[in-house]
Design a protein around this ligand. Structure first.
Ligand SMILES: Nc1ncnc2c1ncn2[C@@H]1O[C@H](COP(=O)(O)OP(=O)(O)OP(=O)(O)O)[C@@H](O)[C@H]1O
Ligand SMILES: [Cu+]
Ligand SMILES: [Mg+2]
Length: 842
């Protein structure tokens, strides 16, 4: 097939390697794509992108040496991506603010900041900005960026390691702060409240300088242990925004300043109040006006405690990725100059011969060259049974060799190994946002200003309606309570933590989900479209019957195999293999032409040979007696018709066995309420026969390769939400068109770019597990949002004192801060339940 191939993605202009699985052919040129997104855009309006990519070319096209196929037209827009591990975010509001600022920075195409992974993922134009500039932007906002050791290519494992260390150090520091705060707060709480609880103590605690003691104890709690609330609130204020720090700072500062004035100059507060003095709500009298130091101190201490618990729980959400990285073996036993030696994994080079003994891990990806063994691949594929490997089979790094020993040749090392690809993918997925989160973000962004207004309204109303002696106390208390109870910190955790645990759990079971969007869409699917070859069937077709009319069997096989030698189609390969097995040598071929979806034409040994569908032959004006072919097709075999020199010469039947798991999986999909459609380029009879055996609802047969995406579009136009399941490489346009594209990885060749979800173990049970995982994750997110909101919704009116006139109930600021701490913890704990999700076993 002498067609042109362009390795520059025409949409984003990125250089894409020859191995990239995504491609589309347009007007005789095959274009490679960096991502399904680009492919999708291209397929929608190919000509605009080609015009764009070609436009600046003439200016530079002064190098005639360059062959036109690889013309280096500068792309309209070079996009690079970098990841910054962020430090110092303590609330989802921070993440939102950094994201906004980065997006507004010149040169940035898109930026996304994830609070759960504490990463910023930035796509930028290298001519417009640089990672260093972006880091500075973040630092200017009062946050920090973790330097990831050596520059250049970022090593996921290293970056994660460094980030974990920093988080641990931060955790220890926060722990210290909490305990100091606790030690100072306890006496304040005892002084302020013990007298109320135990009346006998009241007099003893009511010594003259009490307020001053409380002041002395509370001040360091607030301004040392709670310092970050004030710096955070200040940073937010400079950007004219308010976040949870603002609420905490405002709340504690109001209680503190009120008490301070009451301590230093009570006469200011007495103005207008009656001579008898006022009692703080339920407080022993120490100064003529009640003081609320304990409120400020306890709020800070409880919130610090909540953050500690939350950090502890959150560190577990990245457990899956740590487990994956931990799979990487450290050493490899290579054979160099006839000697075996153990070397660090990083020193293995491509082509190294490696010895793997029983009980050892396979160090890198490779091909078995000698010996054989059963290998446990469950850690990457989720497949529970060990897989038998012999010479010629591929083995994956990090899988466990069980019984025998073998030698292998390293074929993929470092960043290219399946394990590293999976780790990268999971990192990206965990950092992505689900659409449902946009709603949460939107609500959170309005929440804080609304809360502040509510708090002020509460203050004003109580100040108005309360008798003068207690009105300031009442107003301050309710004001602080509303501010604290309404803090939306749990809201920011609800979605990202669930996405993180859900995608991590998926990866451990061989389900690689590319992002929150796919994870969310998968629970809404109505229709599953299955590709036939390699998805329902095993994808290893073999010749079963050869039927000849004109020439003898040997000649027919020889001519067809020679003609197919240049074909990459599995059917062609099956014919070539069958001829080889029978010891038939191939003849020289002169003209070869593949007609996608129909077959091939070639000139072999001076004869014109056509191999392919009935239509291919009839289109060439060849009379065909199809009875035999139809009979074979009804058995579920694919009849390939052969014509020699314009005459129908025979039929080669090719069968591709159905995977054992397929029928049961289709049944389960039906039970989940999904419509199952089979999509194939094969003829209708064969397709129907296979469809009957596995029980799909509907068959769309004889679809040309580039028509598969069209078929998906048609289904979508009927209002269906469609998942396309294919083997990832030739189904790329359909995978990209579908709402969720699910690629069947073969376990060794993970076609990650091609789809939204990649199933490392290639069977249909993975589709069921993906949908189940999606449903479980979305349900979990909804529970989280409920947990996050319920406290606010119930708490705000009570804190505002709605019940006070009827029952005398007020929500004390102390209960408010306890609730706030607990709501974050309950959200994270709930998300962690997803770790127990179990996958479907066939
Ligand atoms: N190289 C080839 N040799 C013989 N027949 C071919 C060849 N290429 C295509 N055909 C014929 O064209 C038909 C359609 O091919 P196509 O690649 O579109 O689908 P397929 O591989 O059979 O099925 P699926 O869509 O499930 O992958 C094949 O079933 C076969 O009959
Ligand atoms: Cu909060
Ligand atoms: Mg095919």
């Amino acid at each position: 097939m002498a067609e042109k191939v362009s390795f520059r993605d025409p949409v984003c202009g990125m250089e894409v390697g020859a191995a990239a699985p995504l491609s589309a052919t347009h007007k005789g040129t095959t274009y490679k794509f960096c991502s399904a997104g680009c492919l999708e855009k291209f397929l929608a309006t190919p000509d605009t992108y080609l015009a764009q990519a070609a436009a600046p070319a003439p200016a530079e096209a002064s190098a005639p040496v360059e062959p036109p196929a690889s013309s280096q037209a500068p792309a309209p827009e070079q996009v690079e991506q970098c990841e910054l591990p962020l430090l110092g975010m303590n609330c989802a509001g921070c993440a939102g603010r950094i994201e906004k600022t980065l997006n507004a920075t010149p040169g940035v195409v898109t930026a996304a900041v994830n609070f759960a992974t504490t990463r910023a993922t930035i796509k930028y134009d290298p001519d417009g900005t640089s990672p260093d500039t972006l880091k500075q932007v973040v630092r200017d906002m009062g946050y920090d960026v973790l330097e990831s050791g050596g520059g250049g290519e970022t090593d996921e494992a290293g970056m994660l390691e460094a980030q974990t260390q920093v988080h641990e150090a931060q955790y220890q520091k926060n722990k210290k702060k909490f305990f100091v705060a606790l030690a100072l707060t306890l006496p304040v709480a005892v002084l302020a409240m013990a007298g109320h609880l135990v009346p006998a103590l009241e007099d003893a605690l009511n010594f003259p300088g009490r307020a001053w003691v409380e002041l002395a104890l509370t001040t360091p709690v607030l301004f040392w242990a709670g310092r970050e609330f004030f710096t955070g609130a200040w940073a937010a204020a400079k950007h004219r925004v308010a976040d949870m720090n603002t609420l905490v700072a405002l709340g504690t500062l109001s209680a503190y300043l009120f008490s301070l004035v009451a301590t230093i100059a009570p006469q200011w507060l007495m103005a207008g109040a009656s001579e008898g003095g006022v009692a703080g709500h339920g407080h022993a009298m120490a100064s003529p006006v009640g003081v609320y130091y304990e409120v400020a101190a306890i709020i800070v201490t409880l919130i610090l405690m909540g953050r500690l618990l939350e950090a502890r729980a959150r560190s577990k959400t990245s457990g899956a990725i740590h487990a994956l990285i931990g799979l990487q073996p450290k050493l490899a036993r290579v054979v160099r100059e006839d000697r075996e030696e153990d070397i660090p994994i990083a020193e293995v080079v491509l082509g190294d011969v490696i010895v793997v003994r029983p009980g050892e891990k396979v160090p890198v990806d490779g091909e078995v060259i000698e010996g054989g063994s059963a290998v446990d691949e469950s850690m990457l594929t989720g497949e529970p049974l060990p897989v038998h490997k012999k010479a010629g089979d591929t083995v994956i790094g990090a899988t466990l060799n069980k019984t025998g020993s073998f030698r292998m040749r390293a074929t993929r090392i470092g960043k290219d190994t399946v394990l590293q690809q999976i780790v990268r993918l999971v990192q990206q997925a965990q950092g992505s946002k689900a659409p449902i989160q946009r709603l949460a973000d939107l609500i959170a962004s309005y929440f804080v200003p609304v809360v502040i207004s509510l708090a002020i309204a509460t203050f004003v109303i109580w100040f108005d309606v309360t008798p003068p002696e207690t009105r300031l106390n009442m107003a301050v208390l309710t004001f602080v309570s509303v501010l604290i109870i309404a803090c939306p910190c749990a809201l920011g955790l609800a979605t990202p933590t669930a996405i993180m645990v859900g995608t991590g759990r998926g990866a451990q079971s061989g389900i690689l989900i590319k992002g929150g969007e796919a994870l969310e869409t998968a629970h809404k699917l109505t229709t599953i479209v299955l590709d036939k070859t390699g998805t329902i069937t095993r994808g290893v077709p073999s010749v079963t019957d050869v039927d000849t009319f004109v020439v003898d069997r040997r000649t027919l096989l020889q001519l067809s195999a020679s003609a197919e030698a240049g074909s990459e189609h599995p059917l062609g390969e099956a014919i070539v293999r069958s001829a080889e097995e029978e010891g038939i040598d191939r003849l020289p071929v002169t003209g070869f032409n593949a007609i996608p979806g129909h077959g091939i034409e070639a000139e072999v040994d001076g004869k014109k040979v056509l191999v392919g569908t009935e239509l291919l032959l009839t289109n060439h004006g060849i009379a065909v007696n199809p009875a035999k072919a139809h009979g074979l097709a009804d058995e579920g075999k694919t009849p390939v018709l052969v014509a020699i020199d314009g005459k129908f010469a025979g039929v080669i039947a090719i069968a591709d066995p159905i995977k054992e798991s397929s029928a049961a999986a289709v049944k389960r999909l039906h039970e989940l309420g999904l419509e199952v459609i089979m999509l194939t380029g094969d003829n209708r009879r064969t397709a129907d026969s296979i469809a009957r055996q596995v029980g799909v609802d509907r068959v769309v047969a004889e679809v040309l390769p580039d028509g598969k995406g069209e078929e998906i579009k048609k289904l979508q136009a009927q209002g269906k939400i469609v998942a396309m399941v294919g083997d990832g490489i030739n189904d790329a346009p359909a995978l990209a068109q579908a709402d969720v594209g699910i690629a069947m990885g073969s376990g060794t060749d993970v076609a990650i770019e091609a789809a939204d979800i990649t199933l490392v173990r290639g069977d249909l049970n993975g589709v069921i597990s993906s949908i189940a995982l999606s449903r479980a994750t979305i349900a979990n997110i909804k529970q989280n949002l409920f947990f996050a909101f319920i406290y606010n919704i119930l708490g705000i009116p009570i804190a505002a004192g709605i019940l006070y006139p009827f029952t005398g109930w007020l929500l004390s600021p102390i209960i408010a801060s306890l609730t706030m701490a607990l709501s974050s913890v309950s959200v994270v704990t709930n998300a962690l339940r997803l770790r127990g999700f179990t996958v479907e076993r066939g």
